[in-house]
Design a binder for this molecule. Structure first.
Ligand code: SF4
Ligand code: FES
Length: 183
């Protein structure tokens, strides 16, 4: 184990931890968007940036390893401002569709906009236009909702590499499993 400091508090971390893993184990919440447990970090969205003493730039906590004695600030004004700007830029190229969207009320992007107090449009431009992808009989894909974080592609790669067994799909479809998954 090694010792680091997060928000002026001593934290014990495993030598192989990322900053995010060490923070999560210590109960310190750092917002994330592209990060998915069990998938390699892509570092794509930069929502999880934190300030590390001695480093000139903010670092993505989900992809940055801890080192002994590292001093981290997870919610410095600079880090929070950067997260807010990232969300504002994502929303600038996102459809204003929340009320009609299946993810309404259960959406990480929406949750972050709320958490970061995004209340105005500072960035306005021409939005990319896409068509719904209905080529699959079971999945409808709306590319306009994609934030290019790579999480869905990572899940798809993992699914192709090791598809779940028929019994685990059946278990996931059971009503009791669905209600506990939503909880
Ligand atoms: S995916 Fe986009 S449109 Fe749908 S709820 Fe989230 S922010 Fe709103
Ligand atoms: S959650 Fe760390 S870069 Fe996206």
């Amino acid at each position: 184990m090694i010792e680091i400091e997060v928000n002026n508090q001593k934290v014990e971390a495993e030598a192989a931890d990322t900053i995010l893993q060490a923070c999560q184990r210590a109960g310190i919440k750092v917002p994330t968007l592209c990060h998915l447990e069990g998938l390699p970090a892509s570092g794509a969205c930069r929502i999880c940036v934190v300030e590390v003493e001695g480093r000139p730039n903010l670092v993505p906590s989900c992809a940055y390893p801890v080192t002994p004695g590292m001093k981290i600030r997870t919610h410095s004004q600079r880090a929070v401002n950067a997260r807010q700007t990232i969300v504002e830029l994502l929303l600038a190229n996102h459809p204003d569709d929340c009320l009609y969207c299946i993810r309404n009320g259960n959406c990480r992007l929406q949750g972050l906009a709320e958490e970061l107090g995004v209340r105005q449009r500072r960035y306005v431009g021409i939005k990319d236009e896409y068509r719904l992808d209905i080529s699959s009989p079971s999945v409808v894909r709306d590319p306009s909702k994609c934030i290019s974080a790579g999480a869905a592609c990572g899940c798809a790669r993992r699914f192709r590499a090791s598809p779940p067994s028929t019994s685990s799909i059946a278990a996931a479809r059971r009503p009791s499993a669905r209600s506990s998954a939503r909880a």
